[in-house]
Design a binder for this molecule. Sequence first.
Ligand SMILES: CC(C)(COP(=O)(O)OP(=O)(O)OC[C@H]1O[C@@H](n2cnc3c(N)ncnc32)[C@H](O)[C@@H]1OP(=O)(O)O)[C@@H](O)C(=O)NCCC(=O)NCCS
Length: 165
Amino acid sequence: MPKVPCAEARRRFTRLGPDDADRYADHLLRLPDEDRRLRFFDETPEFLIQLHAGAASADGRIVAICEDEGFIRAAGELLPDPERPEVGELAFSVEKDCQRQGIGGALMRELIEAGARAGFERLELELLPENKSMLSLAQRFAERMETRGGHLFAVIPVPRDGATP
Ligand SMILES: CC(C)(COP(=O)(O)OP(=O)(O)OC[C@H]1O[C@@H](n2cnc3c(N)ncnc32)[C@H](O)[C@@H]1OP(=O)(O)O)[C@@H](O)C(=O)NCCC(=O)NCCS
């Protein structure tokens, strides 16, 4: 565990690199069980988290991160939907003691701008209906919410002029 809480003055926003798989896995493993379930929609054992972090750092997806003293404390991923490459899928994770400080919103803005530069037509974010904090964050950016298979999907436009709310 990081010894110090997430401090605004030390925060640094950057991108996940090819050597960051272990640090990214450590971040995802620090999420409490419930937050990990909200992030991955299921109980997710440690080996799957390690596999996920390895893939995320190596397969070319865009991963915006927030670091504090070398620890990754929050991340947002953007990767193409395999069946609709014009659509970018988003997912977020912010450690408990860093939540409600605007970090999720900052990562969202960063990824919308990155998605525009990458040429996505729109972005989508899947969330469980009980995920009130993600819903609140998504609604600030979404043009509409859809329900599919019991999950919510926020459909987020990619502005052509680069401006995000
Ligand atoms: C969802 C999550 C990414 C939000 O990150 P965050 O850094 O706390 O987000 P922000 O501080 O930018 O706040 C976003 C909004 O959520 C609201 N919010 C945060 N926690 C909340 C809570 N427990 N209940 C209700 N609203 C909440 C904030 O007030 C803010 O809304 P506002 O801008 O309308 O005031 C974070 O809680 C998280 O990682 N949760 C676990 C994983 C997860 O659910 N991922 C999403 C599915 S991919």
